[in-house]
Design a protein around this ligand. Structure first.
Ligand code: SF4
Ligand code: SF4
Length: 261
């Protein structure tokens, strides 16, 4: 299956609009997923909703705790707040490593799977789209993108889709890199501004090393013609599509993306 990853250096570059356009054109051939966990989709037809557990967390039974402090000493993540009367867990710091469980002399600590969020699958006559909503750990950057990606891959296979299009969150971070490992084509959706080259260099280093194809989309390409020209010159091996400000990225402008995938 061809796997296409939409990425960007920052929010608001038009990545979601590109995804929507692709949904409109390739809806029957492709499967679509948003792995950014931003949950901003309110009016979609919901086909299926299921919860998922993505990791473990420590649970403490203060009724049998001896207040010895051994777990506090062993925890490398400062996730336990110890007092003479009880021990409390900082859920955002606990990584579920389990060291406290092996250390506790009274069996007062155990690892539990936590309910992390929801997978939502939306289906209409034209396309299938999946995204995730996080219910815990919104602040600590834990985004189990692999859960959405793997589920999307499974649905795409079941529905005989030849292409899987995935949107990642902005930035070349560990979430995006983990999705890039599966990708056949990486599609950076960027605007022409002076700081974009840091991001593009990271993409180039990765894709050169891994032999991944790049199709770059420069939105609002006429907003800074000098930078757009520099991008075209500096990345001669990439397939580059420039979409000027006046062209609506939305679904009506199909000719932006015909024959793109
Ligand atoms: S599971 Fe690991 S991170 Fe969590 S409290 Fe125990 S030792 Fe600390
Ligand atoms: S190691 Fe066990 S008994 Fe000791 S403080 Fe921690 S939870 Fe309580």
């Amino acid at each position: 299956m061809k796997e296409v990853l939409l990425i960007s250096d920052k929010g608001g570059t038009g990545k979601s609009s590109v995804l929507n356009s692709l949904k409109e054109i390739y809806g029957k051939e492709a499967m679509f997923a948003d792995c950014s966990f931003t949950s901003r989709y309110n009016n979609l037809p919901i086909y299926l909703e299921e919860t998922f557990n993505s990791r473990f967390i420590c649970a403490i039974n203060n009724n049998i705790c001896l207040c010895c402090g051994d777990c506090d000493t062993i925890c490398e993540f400062n996730a336990l707040v110890f007092s003479t009367e009880e021990i409390k867990l900082d859920r955002h710091k606990c990584t579920g490593c389990g060291h406290c469980v092996y250390t506790c002399p009274s069996g007062a600590t155990e690892l539990k799977k936590i309910h992390s969020g929801k997978i939502i699958i939306s289906k209409d006559d034209n396309s299938i789209f999946i995204f995730g909503i996080l219910q815990h750990f919104k602040q600590d950057g834990t985004r189990p993108v692999y859960i959405i990606r793997n589920k999307a891959y499974e649905i795409a296979t079941e529905n005989k889709r030849k292409i899987l299009v995935i949107e990642s969150s902005p930035g070349w971070d560990r979430h995006t890199r983990s999705l890039a490992l599966y990708s056949t084509i990486i599609v950076p959706v960027i605007e022409p501004h002076a700081f974009v080259f840091d991001f593009l260099e990271k993409v180039r280093n990765y894709t050169d090393q891994n032999g991944t194809e790049v199709k770059l989309i420069v939105t609002k390409s006429d907003a800074n013609p000098a930078i757009t020209t520099r991008i075209i010159k500096e990345y001669p091996n990439w397939d580059i599509k420039c979409i000027p400000w006046k062209n609506d990225l939305n679904i009506k402008e199909k000719n932006n993306f015909e024959n793109f995938l």
